[in-house]
Design a protein around this ligand. Structure first.
Ligand code: F6R
Length: 238
């Protein structure tokens, strides 16, 4: 695990975008694992200005809320269309997210896991981190051997994400998410953490025991995991 500490959130996001652009430039048909959330907005903004040709790349997002259709304003599909896929003109058929409105979400999760494998796996997986150490929506207590499945969101995560919804009640209670083992299968992982609210989770991920209590600590097992942080998120590292 390599940790890169940059002075501020903007520089950390820019560096992350540069890693993605370099990956796609070196290998135009790369398969990327993508994330959503506030931390990723700056990454995608910079990636769009770098303007790599991603017309031959394939993408798989980490997760989607159960119950939201792709055109729901708070769906992760909509987030990705707005922040990345539409600005870069990516062909929709190359971009994948779980269907939040699938009639059988468990079956949808299994289909998604197979689709990743059928695409040959993920070359570069982009991750954020929750304040409680979650990656994707693998909340604390998630099995380190987990695959794509349905997870119940913790109250803390629903609270954190309620800023994007009109009220807490509107925040979905479940998500379809890649599992921790799915994430560890990626050939390279880059996790971006910014802001003081992430400092504890970053310290637990990098310096704590490998434990389901901090799902991101599983990245210690990955042979090619880069952590990019700003100084605020790195503040509790020893
Ligand atoms: C989103 C995802 C989550 C977020 C995490 C941090 O696709 O998988 O793990 O990366 O919740 O979210 P922000 O960046 O909003 O703090």
């Amino acid at each position: 695990m390599k940790v890169l500490i940059l002075p501020d959130a903007q520089k950390a996001a820019d560096r992350t975008a540069e890693v993605i652009a370099a990956t796609v430039t070196a290998r135009p048909d790369a398969t990327l694992g993508l994330a959503t959330g506030g931390t990723m907005e700056g990454v995608y903004e910079h990636l769009v200005t770098l303007g790599p040709d991603m017309s031959r790349s394939t993408t798989f997002n980490l997760d989607e809320y159960v119950g939201l259709s792709p055109d729901h304003p708070q769906s992760y599909r909509r987030f990705m269309q707005t922040h990345l896929f539409d600005p870069l003109g990516m062909p929709r058929k190359r971009t994948h997210l779980p269907r939040g409105d699938a009639p059988d979400p468990e079956a949808e999760a299994r289909r998604y896991e197979r689709a990743i494998a059928d695409a040959g796996g993920i070359d570069l997986q982009l991750l954020g981190i929750g304040r409680n150490g979650h990656i994707g929506f693998n909340e604390p207590s998630s099995s380190l051997g987990s695959r794509c499945r349905i997870k119940t969101l913790t109250r803390a995560t629903r609270d954190a994400n309620s800023r994007f919804f009109a009220s807490l009640d509107e925040v979905p209670r479940h998500a379809i998410t890649m599992g921790i083992a799915t994430i560890l299968d990626a050939r390279r992982v880059v996790l971006l953490a910014t802001g003081s609210a992430k400092a504890r989770a970053v310290a637990d991920m990098v310096e704590g025991p490998i434990s389901a209590r901090c799902p991101a600590s599983a990245l210690q097992l990955h042979p090619a995991a880069d952590i990019i942080c700003d100084e605020a998120a790195a503040a509790e590292l020893r």
